[in-house]
Design a protein around this ligand. Sequence first.
Ligand code: GAR
Length: 224
Amino acid sequence: MVKKIQLGVLISGSGSTLQNFIDQIKAGKLNAHIQVVISSKYDVAGLDRAIRNNIPTAVIPYSHYKDIDSFSSAITRELDRYSIDLIALAGFIHLYKIPEKYLGRIMNIHPALIPAFSGHGYYGRKVHEAVVNSGVKVSGCTVHFADNTYDTGPIILQRAVPVFFEDTPDTLAARVLKEEYEAYPEAIRLFAEGRLQRVGRKVKVLNSKENYKQHENSQNSHYQ
Ligand code: GAR
């Protein structure tokens, strides 16, 4: 049986992604426990959602730090207080410089089909605005391992949705969000089951049988 995965969740805003995790855990669809929610801003709705659900919170305000290195070190110090298997970036809009020990153990969700409409400055509604204005016919969401630049880490899974002529950023966002709510928990489940194998830039999703063989060879294959 796969053990309950221990999560740390990093947020910067409304926390709708966090709420989805909470709902899926309560519904028994995601075998996880959220150890801590860390926000890069005070007074965001995501913090209220965590507090309402008795999840420990911390605020590491981005604006209080002189650079990404000191901001990232403060986040690492907070994460280190817990025993965390996987860190989920959930509407987190800053770069977190990942220390060696957490490499391969941080995921992000992006509301477009990476590498399109991604990178620095592309987050939340801005992404959907750019998509709608560009005239593309397909968008979607991407779950990927985070690395030390924006939206470039190895892709775990993607889900596509149509973009209609009449779409506004809001109607598109709602369609994409529906897919995000399935995709992110699915990626976390695959990670927890040891079924994500990194091969260079690519991620192979192992079937359960392959996973069994993997574990015979190496207990930690999915952390490579
Ligand atoms: C989601 O659409 C997520 O894909 C996006 O923020 C929204 C969730 O925010 N993340 C990014 O754009 C990261 N580049 P919330 O959880 O604060 O509601």
